[in-house]
Design a protein around this ligand. Structure first.
Ligand code: ADE
Length: 248
């Protein structure tokens, strides 16, 4: 997969050199480049923002530098004009569709993702309209709160998407049983020692009875999800539940 990130703070994205995502880059599973938006300005001050038409607080990102940056990235995209799909342009913004695990799965199969990190009050709307010519444009929010810019949202999304690329996680089994993979939160986990600060590991986990362990874990998933995220229980497809689930 190819990923391009455009930002006025490329240093923010340095964390993408670390851990599993950094390793995926070094192993060429992920071809990720970060671009400084100011490299696409043409004035002495490398200006990227200006006052909003219509008045109001704050500054708006100018269209010119964004247009140049996105044209260059589109021209160099591995997704060519001959292909039906365009590269996907993700614009992190609190006014976007909310990012979730399903969106991460969908995006993990795309050949080319581009992230446009806005700052200030946002990017001139015409940039997104114009970009529709070359990209599948998707404003995306990582939650109902406001960040100072898109960079932190990109760190979260690239990590969530990147770990789903085949080969990035050593043991793909761990992707099967994690929170949200089946619409439920993950069960609690324990390791040695068996007794710690007077607290014991649940006995069933020491029993060696795989059916009982699976039932215990499934019950914990259901209990946890009902207590912490009742909204997820409402969304569950009843067809995915079995008789034992209903008794929980
Ligand atoms: N930029 C500012 N706030 C954001 C959010 N909640 N999600 C994505 N990008 C943002």
């Amino acid at each position: 997969m190819r990923i391009d990130v455009v930002s006025i703070f490329p240093e923010y994205l340095a964390a993408l050199d670390l851990s599993l995502i950094g390793k995926a880059r070094r192993e060429n599973l992920l071809d990720l480049s970060v671009h400084d938006l100011r490299d696409f300005t043409h004035d002495r001050h490398r200006t990227v923002d200006d006052t909003p038409y219509g008045g109001g607080a704050g500054m708006v990102m100018k269209p010119g530098p964004w247009g140049s940056a996105l044209s260059r990235i589109a021209a160099e995209s591995p997704v060519t004009g001959a292909m039906v799909d365009k590269p996907i342009l993700i614009v992190p913004a609190p006014a976007g569709a909310v990012f979730d695990q399903q969106m991460a799965y969908d995006l993990a199969t795309a050949p080319h993702l581009v992230f446009a990190c806005g700052r200030y009050e946002g990017i001139d709307e015409r940039v997104l309209e114009h970009a529709e010519e070359d990209f599948d444009v998707r404003p995306v929010s990582i939650g109902d709160y406001v960040l100072n810019g898109g960079e932190v949202a990109v760190l979260a999304m690239v990590e969530a998407i990147g770990r789903l690329i085949p080969g990035v996680i050593g043991n793909p089994e761990s992707l099967v049983e994690e929170s949200h993979s089946d619409g439920l939160l993950e069960y609690p986990v324990y390791t040695k020692p068996g007794s710690w600060e007077g607290r014991e590991v649940p006995e069933v986990l020491l029993s060696g009875n795989h059916n009982k362990i699976a039932r215990f874990r499934r019950n914990k998933q259901l209990e946890r999800t009902a207590a912490r995220r009742p909204d997820l229980i409402v969304e569950l497809d009843p067809a995915t539940l079995n008789r034992h689930d209903r008794d929980t």
